[in-house]
Design a protein around this ligand. Sequence first.
Ligand SMILES: Nc1nc2c(ncn2[C@@H]2O[C@H](COP(=O)(O)OP(=O)(O)OP(=O)(O)O)[C@@H](O)[C@H]2O)c(=O)[nH]1
Ligand SMILES: [Mg+2]
Ligand SMILES: [Zn+2]
Length: 301
Amino acid sequence: MVKQDECQMGRVIKAYNSFFYVSTEHGIISCKLRGMLKAKKREAAVVPGDFVRLSLREAGCGVIEERLSRKTILKRPAVANIMQVVLTFAAAEPALSRILLDRFLVLAEWSGIPRIILCINKLDLLPDSKGFLEDYQVLGYPLCYVSAKTPDTLESLQAELAEEVTVFAGPSGVGKSSLMNALLPSAQRATGMVSEKIKRGRHTTRAAELIPYQNGFLVDTPGFSSIAFEGIEPSDLAACFPEFREFIGGCRFSTCTHTHEPSCRIKEAVERGMISRERYDSYTTILQELQETSAKRWRKE
Ligand SMILES: Nc1nc2c(ncn2[C@@H]2O[C@H](COP(=O)(O)OP(=O)(O)OP(=O)(O)O)[C@@H](O)[C@H]2O)c(=O)[nH]1
Ligand SMILES: [Mg+2]
Ligand SMILES: [Zn+2]
């Protein structure tokens, strides 16, 4: 028996209205926030994924006394301490876009998530797409080809998920919620037709929730039709491309943007075929956007 007012550690799996559902060794406890935590901006205070210290009140209820420091934080939807993300794309409907993939990769790398897995869904629509992204596997990203409609294709993905907290992220309509449904037949998530969604102009999946799966958790997120790179400085960008990293710091100018400067190690690596032209083009496209945003901010300040 757990005594009242005894302290417990746990992990927030869901926030709903002003309640937080915390997974502890004694099961799920529904908690309110201690007043001083409430005073902070809600997102800054406690979000799903956070580790917290709580005191127990009557059966099954408690108060969150303290949030422990975070290892990582994702915004939109807010979720903390994520160590693994499955970047999901579709082989078709919507068609696979490598530039969009690079944009998601930049966000995931910049967020500091240690393990980024690429997953191509809807293989049933385009079986020939196997092999499409092998060059990304060479960069070090594990790669799975699956179909939410054919459960025996899910094995390679399942093997990556045990014991981990994994976020499913990617564009709208690629089948993130469908994949979670296929993995977790007992916890059905809302899915929708691509065309319906566009008509309604909103997404099917909203707040983040950690759903228990094989001693770990899965987190569904809403797909974005466009990506905002808030907070990324132009000078942070090169390090978000893992194949650039060994060359960074070797350029003649320490402030090299790897675009127009002479004696640039990264441009040399592109010339020598050590960095793909396509990935370098993604870099320059995103860099330009970041430079425009930072120039705007500069003018405002
Ligand atoms: N043919 C085929 N269709 C799929 C597959 N997976 C999902 N779909 C369909 O694709 C549509 C979108 O699926 P969702 O699971 O809602 O996509 P989502 O990525 O969760 O979308 P958002 O929540 O808007 O980000 C639905 O009509 C699904 O039935 C698949 O493996 N094969
Ligand atoms: Mg969804
Ligand atoms: Zn350079």
